[in-house]
Design a protein around this ligand. Structure first.
Ligand code: ATP
Ligand code: MG
Length: 228
């Protein structure tokens, strides 16, 4: 029987909050080893701290820098993170970074790594496009919060965790406009795509690998189901 496919949008906030987190990446390799018997995995890298630092620097040098150029910096940060993942995974991984999530892809390995494509959105949208292209059975957004909350938990102490949220409600919360390095549960293009195609997406804390394993294997987990 063919293995199932899970796509994990690996938030930059998880893998590279500053520089790549060596201990975490090592644990992640073990996590993948455990899952490989049942699942092939698509990992889509976010930009994280590297994006943040270079965006800040570029803005300081040129305060009039366009959003498009800020996004391009982010895209290359995601590609650097993706290339780093491919390098540490070695032969078990498809050897090239997938930058265009709608291209025809033939992969035989257990792992494939994607990154940013074009300005105007984040790798959240790339993740949904790639999941659609490769017919992933599960889509996980691995980020730095345990849940999607009713408002930003880093800003509001009384933010309430949500175990589920509809696409309509998430869209009302996030709005339709993207700006570079927006800190939101899912970017507006991803929300529109998920809503239109009636996808179900799980958002959870990517630092808790045991919990992520449970979510992929269909067991009880801590996190938010988007699109119920
Ligand atoms: N309603 C909300 N629920 C949860 N998090 C929210 C909400 N609104 C805003 N946020 C913010 O979104 C952040 C996560 O998004 P962020 O883009 O920073 O990380 P990421 O997508 O995991 O990483 P990257 O964009 O680098 O790949 C949280 O740390 C939180 O501050
Ligand atoms: Mg993000």
């Amino acid at each position: 029987m063919d293995k199932k496919i899970a796509l994990i949008k690996f938030g930059g906030s998880v893998m590279t909050p500053n520089l790549p987190d060596k201990d975490y990446i090592k644990k992640f390799i073990d996590f993948i080893e455990r899952l490989r018997e049942q699942y092939r995995l698509i990992l889509v890298a976010g930009g994280g701290g590297i994006n943040k630092k270079y965006n800040k620097l570029a803005k300081q040098i040129n305060p009039k820098i366009s959003n498009k150029n800020l996004d391009w910096i982010g895209i290359y940060a995601t590609r650097l993170n993706a290339r780093t993942l491919i390098s540490v995974f070695g032969d078990q991984c498809y050897p090239r970074v997938i930058s265009n999530p709608i291209q025809k892809i033939e992969w035989k390995q257990d792992l494939l790594v994607g990154a940013g494509w074009k300005p105007g959105w984040s790798t959240d949208y790339c993740s949904l496009l790639l999941a659609d292209n490769l017919k992933a059975d599960k889509i996980i957004i691995a980020t730095n919060t345990d849940y999607v909350f009713d408002k930003d938990p880093n800003e509001f102490l009384d933010a309430k965790p949500l175990e589920k949220i509809s696409w309509d409600d998430l869209r009302s919360m996030v709005g339709d406009e993207w700006t570079p390095r927006m800190h939101i549960p899912l970017d507006p293009s991803a929300i529109r795509f998920g809503q239109k195609n009636k996808y179900q997406v799980i958002s959870l804390n990517g630092r808790n690998l045991e919990n992520m394993e449970k979510a992929i294997l269909g067991k009880d987990f801590i996190g938010t189901v988007i699109g119920t």
